[in-house]
Design a protein around this ligand. Structure first.
Ligand SMILES: [Zn+2]
Length: 91
């Protein structure tokens, strides 16, 4: 699989305003869960040639402070696990 087609972009590059300054960015891959949670993943190739995944997560928190903090603790644990697993797979 060629990473650089003739136009200079990567095969997966979104090729719009998001791609610029030597950085290629894919279209957003969105995980949407009934207005309660949303995750957006973008594949990025920097000008230096390094590639990485960028993930933004948005989760509705409970109105009660205790429940919200419980959610945050759970989310932090899950994110740490997901990031660690992805990093290990990349070695
Ligand atoms: Zn590009």
């Amino acid at each position: 699989m060629s990473r650089r087609p003739h136009d200079g972009h990567t095969e997966w590059c979104g090729k719009d305003h998001r791609c610029g300054l030597g950085e290629h960015r894919s279209e957003e891959i969105v995980i949407d869960i009934a207005a309660r949670a949303r995750a957006v993943l973008v594949r990025v190739r920097t000008a230096a040639g390094r590639e990485h995944a960028e993930v933004r997560v948005r989760v509705a928190l409970a109105s009660g402070e205790v429940a919200a903090r419980r959610q945050l603790v759970g989310l932090l644990g899950d994110v740490r696990q997901a990031v660690t697993r992805a990093a290990i797979t990349g070695r």
